[in-house]
Design a protein around this ligand. Structure first.
Ligand code: 3HC
Length: 292
């Protein structure tokens, strides 16, 4: 495939906006699409804040920051993606909703375009079946926050071609990311290992082994993780953690992936983590401290 010149990113949430920002910061024109104008406006604000942060830390010059912003177009018109060489989907983790989007993208994207999904655990093989180009469908899993995290996990569906894989790897490396490759099994590599750890931290809290602070401090200082597992769960979103565990449980058929009842209860209560101001920790009153 010829070098990628224009990329379309679908979904103006934290992942979609972060991915679009990374693309723009590497000199590639990008559209960020979301149906909801409110989501586009908060995406635009968070990209500007992230770029300002990088400029203030001298990790990006003023000119580079301005150039990245110029390369980004925020749109509610998916038709603009007709010109895209590569499309990355980063919408809600629902197989049905993603499949509907892939049907639409398949109809409008040019025949050479690759359709990638940033899904954290949904089968790429199944998403690909909703298109007429399964060999051009692939998983491109960025980590949160995309501008900071150095990894992209590439997931090969059953029909993903070698050309699609090579083009996705080349693009990932152009974005200065390190690539790992996973076959298409539930949770891929990172979430298959990460989510059982997070779930176990919930069980430790649920069964009274320790306080949330001690569980997190134990893993931060004891194993040099930047965040403890409960703090990380709040950062990822407890609803997202639960949905990945459900995929692992259903796909791998093993009870060790069954979600901890405490995690389920928090999600039922709307305690979804940082994005809601409350999850395992309460961020509403004193955002810097970790209150219960
Ligand atoms: N944009 C730009 N820069 C950012 C940023 C953003 N959105 N967020 C953080 N940064 C930069 C900061 O400027 C800072 O840069 P510096 O080191 O040069 O000073 C650096 O990142 C660290 O940021 P902070 O000092 O504000 O805060 P922390 O030191 O607490 O770091 C963190 C924040 C980078 C999120 C760090 O806590 C971390 O790495 N946490 C773990 C994140 C992780 O594990 N992510 C993967 C989750 S799993 C996943 O995504 C898969 C999915 O499918 C569930």
């Amino acid at each position: 495939m010829a070098s990628v010149k224009r990329i379309g990113v679908v979904g103006g949430g934290a992942m979609g906006s972060g991915i679009a920002q990374v693309v723009a910061m590497h000199g590639i024109d990008v559209w960020l699409y979301d149906l909801n104008p409110q989501a586009l406006s908060s995406a635009s604000n968070s990209v500007s804040a992230s770029i300002n942060r990088l400029v203030s830390k001298a990790q990006l010059s003023h000119a580079e920051g301005a150039d990245a912003l110029k390369r980004m177009r925020f749109t509610s018109n998916l038709d603009e993606f007709r010109e895209a060489d590569f499309i990355i989907e980063a919408i809600v983790e629902s197989e049905d909703i993603k499949k509907k989007l892939f049907v639409e993208l398949d109809k409008l994207a040019k025949s050479s375009a690759i359709l990638a999904s940033n899904t954290s655990s949904i089968s790429i093989t199944r998403l690909a079946t909703s298109t007429s180009r399964p060999h051009q469908v692939i998983g491109m899993h960025f980590m949160n926050p995309p501008p900071v995290m150095k990894l992209i996990e590439i997931v090969r569906g059953a029909d993903t071609s070698d050309e699609t894989f090579a083009a996705t790897k080349a693009l990932s490396e152009r974005l200065s990311k390190t690539v790992i490759t996973s076959q298409d099994y539930s949770g891929f590599i990172v979430n298959r290992i990460l989510l059982p750890m997070i779930n176990e931290a919930f069980f430790a809290l649920y069964t009274g082994v320790a306080t949330k602070e001690d569980i997190d401090t134990g893993m931060k200082l004891g194993t040099n993780h930047p965040m403890g597992p409960l703090e990380l769960a709040d950062f990822i979103g407890l609803d997202v953690c639960l949905s990945i565990l459900k995929v692992l449980h259903a796909g791998l058929g093993d009870n060790r992936y069954a979600a901890c009842p405490l995690l389920v209860q928090y999600v039922d209560a709307g305690r979804l983590g940082r994005k809601r101001g409350i999850g395992v920790y309460d961020y509403r009153k004193e955002p810097k401290s970790m209150k219960s």
